[in-house]
Design a protein around this ligand. Structure first.
Ligand code: 5GP
Length: 211
């Protein structure tokens, strides 16, 4: 049987380190794809078009939505972000797992469309740690940092609706926990029912069961 891949949604406030966790997970596993989102925000130093994001104008973004090319999209801190549909659907159909690193509104929309998706929320160990990491990373100006910190409280409230929480205090531990919850979600009864059905069917039709 060609089993579909698992859709893994990863969210968390800006500065929590979710990007590092998912990128390392994808590198280490080698059999999982990370969806490249589209966004209307400008690239940060070091970010490449088509690698970190597809950087689009507002008009290009709107055209993608109108052509039903987005699995979900949302406005975050003044910019649009969306998941291109094609690549995700193709990978899942081919049996490959896909990770979406997306904010909470988009995550909820994906969960509605794809109930089998597992939702993992990355939390900081405290608000003070988040403030320090976000201000310290130096990739945004002060106003943007403030906007992202004020979004963080609302995002963390939404964590209550996720399947798993991973705390990123120590990166290695967070990596191990992330891998563990994804593995656990792939062994859930819901996920494995097909195998029980298959084995039972074979057992019923085998010569041993019908001597
Ligand atoms: P950043 O500007 O820091 O790269 O991303 C800002 C927020 O947008 C992060 O929470 C990130 O997870 C989220 N994000 C990135 N891509 C997508 C996407 O395709 N859809 C949605 N809904 N959020 C996204």
């Amino acid at each position: 049987m060609n089993k579909k891949g698992k859709l893994i949604i990863c969210s968390g406030p800006s500065g929590v380190g979710k990007g590092t966790i998912v990128r390392r997970y994808v590198e280490e596993r080698g059999d999982v794809e990370l969806s490249v989102s589209a966004t209307t925000r400008g690239p940060r130093p070091g970010e490449e078009d088509g690698v970190h994001y597809h950087f689009l104008t507002q008009e290009q973004f709107r055209q993608r939505i109108d052509a039903d090319g987005m699995l979900e999209y949302a406005c975050f801190a003044g910019n649009y972000y969306g998941t291109p549909r094609d690549k995700v659907e193709q990978a899942l159909a081919a049996g490959r797992d896909v990770i979406l690193e997306i904010e909470v509104q988009g995550a909820m929309k994906v969960k509605e469309k794809c109930p089998g998706a597992v939702m993992v929320f990355i939390m900081p160990p405290s608000y003070a740690v988040l403030q320090k990491r976000l201000s310290g990373r130096g990739t945004e100006d002060e106003a943007t940092v403030k906007r992202r910190l004020s979004a963080a409280a609302g995002e963390m409230e939404k964590a209550r609706g996720y399947d798993f929480i991973v705390v990123n205090d120590d990166l290695e531990e967070a990596m191990a926990d992330f891998a563990a919850v994804v593995a656990a979600s792939k062994c859930s009864i819901e996920e494995m029912k097909y195998l029980i059905d298959e084995v039972q069917k074979d057992a019923q039709t085998s010569d041993d069961a019908n001597p």
